[in-house]
Design a protein around this ligand. Structure first.
Ligand code: G1P
Length: 297
């Protein structure tokens, strides 16, 4: 099978309850980090890795997300007429070509594995990427691109991986490492959300995957796992010990958990500081806040 990865699935059907009341009317994925919706970071990363087809698994109430990917001809004309070329370019860079993007509905909230399975007919018999937009990764070379390059060498199934503190392991899929080769590890087991003290390691799965179509086959049996949901981790774990195998990939970069409020705020500050036009004022403000808090202690 070719190791060229051109399709990516973005599961975005979650309710985003951690961000209520905002998510009453705004899909979590278009909440804004500085001036770009969360999902735009994932799209840009996917494009940089050579992805050509973007498949969104959505649910009721995600209309604003679909609208976000539409062209905005009237806005473009107005910016053009006013000579606002930089803004126009920013806007046009977010445009999707017709047919590049597809939406599939996940009719029931049965878990991440089920969401991926919903997209099976759009994948066919080729490897594909999965990107969880909640995991935002700042990196010189985008994370998925790093993975695509590693995947071209080894094939199989690959998940992004990162060491997490032991007391946080039960919030993740955790890898049981067979052989540690540095950035690449081969995997002999995978556990979704292990109970406290039962994690086989502290190497956690982060929301970037390159998977063989066999994973979609594995999801056919709709096996219910952790939290009573159909888990992607379990479907990947079934490939351990097969010819394909499963690898963890320690990426270079900083991951923000934008599914949590603290992570979202940290990402906002970090991405703000990385912008030339914002850095000076934001730095000044952060210094001021920190010193007045210290003085008050
Ligand atoms: C999902 C996956 C989990 C992974 C995590 C990374 O969990 O099921 O294996 O470690 O994403 O963010 P969720 O955060 O959706 O509960």
């Amino acid at each position: 099978m070719s190791r060229k990865v051109t399709k990516a699935i973005f599961p975005v059907a979650g309710l985003g309850t951690r961000f209520l009341p905002a998510t009453k009317s705004v899909p979590k994925e278009i909440m804004t980090l500085v001036d770009r919706p969360l999902v735009q970071y994932a799209i840009d990363e996917a494009r940089a890795a050579g992805i050509k087809e973007f498949i969104f698994v959505t649910s009721r109430g995600k209309g604003a997300l679909e609208d976000y990917f539409d062209h905005a001809p009237q806005l473009e004309r107005e910016l053009e007429a006013k000579g606002k070329d930089k803004l126009l370019k920013t806007l046009q860079d977010t445009n999707m070509d017709s047919g590049e993007i597809a939406y599939i509905r996940q009719h029931k909230a049965l878990g991440l594995g089920h969401a991926i399975w919903c997209a099976r007919r759009l994948i066919g018999n080729e490897p594909f990427a999965v990107m969880l937009p909640d995991d935002v990764i700042a990196a010189d070379k985008p994370c998925l691109q790093q993975m695509v390059e590693a995947y071209e060498e080894v094939g199989g199934n690959m998940v992004a991986a990162m060491e997490v503190p032991a007391d946080k392991a039960s919030a993740y899929g955790i890898l049981d490492v067979q052989e540690d080769m540095g950035s690449l590890v081969s995997v002999k087991g995978m556990v979704e959300k292990p109970a406290a003290g039962e994690a086989p390691s502290n190497l956690a799965v982060i929301g970037r995957y390159i998977l063989s179509p066999q994973i979609l086959q594995n999801l056919e049996d709709k096996q219910v796992g952790a939290g009573g949901e159909i888990q992607l981790t379990d479907a990947i774990a079934k490939q351990i010990g097969t010819e394909e195998g499963v690898y963890g990939f320690r990426f270079n970069g900083q991951r923000f958990d934008c599914g949590s409020k603290a992570g979202f705020l940290q990402a906002t500050v970090s991405f703000g500081l990385s912008r030339d036009e914002l850095r000076h004022d934001l730095e000044g403000y952060l210094h001021e806040v920190m010193s007045s808090r210290k003085a008050a202690q």
